[in-house]
Unconditional design. Structure first.
Length: 117
């Protein structure tokens, strides 16, 4: 299984970015899909998650600004980030709990988001 994350980059405060993470390989099903982030000198934290039933959960500081969604046909999870703040600057990682011949958790390679004027 491979996870390919994309969409990071530089945005101004108040701007928007959309992250994508596509999974490929011998995937039978995907349960939970999530985005984590890790800022310099800080621990990795859960930003948002979405279950197979499309129930979502968000870090308090991103509620109302970020939206997680999934496309099951494409094995892809998205993170729409609006009203970006400098404190959103971090490396963002996708995390998928999925089934091949067994269940496992997989991480994407990380994509850098920088919010600065």
């Amino acid at each position: 299984v491979q996870l390919q994350a994309s969409g990071g980059g530089l945005a101004e405060p108040g701007g928007s970015l959309r992250l994508s993470c596509a999974a490929s390989g011998s995937i039978v099903s995907i349960n939970c899909m999530a985005w984590y982030r890790q800022a310099p000198g800080k621990q990795r934290e859960l930003v948002a998650s979405i279950t197979s039933g499309s129930s979502t959960n968000y870090l308090d500081s991103v509620k109302g600004r970020f939206t997680i969604s999934r496309d099951n046909a494409k094995n892809t999870v998205y993170l729409q980030m609006n009203s970006l703040k400098p404190e959103d600057t971090a490396v963002y990682y996708c995390n998928l709990h999925l089934r091949t011949t067994y269940y496992g958790t997989y991480w994407g390679q990380g994509t850098l988001v920088t919010v600065s004027s």
